[in-house]
Write a new protein. Structure first.
Length: 253
């Protein structure tokens, strides 16, 4: 099922060129397409106009939505197509603006195969990608954080890092919970930033670990060689006289 918002308006023939130039009505409507693509439930937008060269030019703008809730949310917030058209009331015929919300009645012969293919792809792809992606991300987080923690020195640095991560997760989760219709680009931006920070921290930890292993401890100056024998180096033997209940040190020979 699809829901369609149809906007009808008439542009004066003498103002058509002005409406088509950069910054004009038709140009701004076309640029609004990028904003619509970020809205949940949006499917497509189509702009058509009459081909008569005399009199007023009829312009029809259709936007298609997957559900009526998404359409109502779009209509009740700005910017939307109706507010854009009203800003250019100097080029449209007064009283010609109409906004209609309709429910599409599809022909099964046209829409059936397309909807079936989409449903089959969703049933097969999502159940495979979601668990695999979640597992890969969890392994990345576990490995990356473990390497970072092992590279930190002292007792306060790991605690501060853990506290910062916990606060960041709490803030992001709070924002998502308070904004259930968060645009997809914001969710993707948070995910990309998190992965970039994790990969950067892991790379830094690996470099720090390799540089630490490359350091070789040098023995202090003047220390005896480990291979030197205790009695070597020119020292003589010790002479000791022992009796039944005594021993006497006689010095070095």
């Amino acid at each position: 099922m699809e829901y369609i918002q149809t906007i009808l308006l008439q542009v004066e023939a003498s103002q058509l060129e002005r409406a088509s130039e950069a910054g004009g009505l038709l140009s701004e409507i076309d640029q609004h397409r990028e904003f619509l693509r970020q809205q949940p439930g949006f499917h497509d937008m189509r702009v058509t106009r009459s081909i008569n060269n005399e009199g007023n030019v009829l312009v029809v703008v259709e936007t298609r939505w997957s559900d009526d809730t998404s359409l109502v949310h779009y209509e009740t917030n700005e910017p939307n197509l109706a507010t854009i058209v009203r800003r250019h009331d100097d080029v449209i015929v007064p009283g010609s603006l109409q906004v209609l919300d309709m429910e599409a009645l599809r022909s099964e012969s046209f829409w059936g195969p397309l909807e079936t293919a989409r449903a089959a792809r969703a049933r097969v792809t999502l159940p495979l990608l979601i668990p695999v992606g979640a597992l890969a991300f969890a392994l990345l987080v576990i490995y990356g954080l473990s390497r970072i923690y092992l590279s930190l020195e002292g007792n306060t640095a790991p605690v501060a890092l853990a506290a910062g991560i916990s606060i960041g997760v709490l803030l992001v989760a709070t924002y998502m919970a308070m904004n259930p219709r968060v645009p997809g680009w914001q969710v993707g931006g948070v995910f990309v930033a998190l992965v970039a920070l994790l990969i950067g921290g892991t790379t830094w930890a690996l470099i720090e670990g390799e540089s630490g292993e490359a350091k070789v401890e040098q023995p202090p100056a003047g220390s005896p060689s480990p291979s030197a024998s205790p009695g070597g180096g020119g020292g003589g033997a010790l002479a000791v006289s022992m009796g039944d209940n005594f021993f006497e040190y006689e010095g070095q020979k």
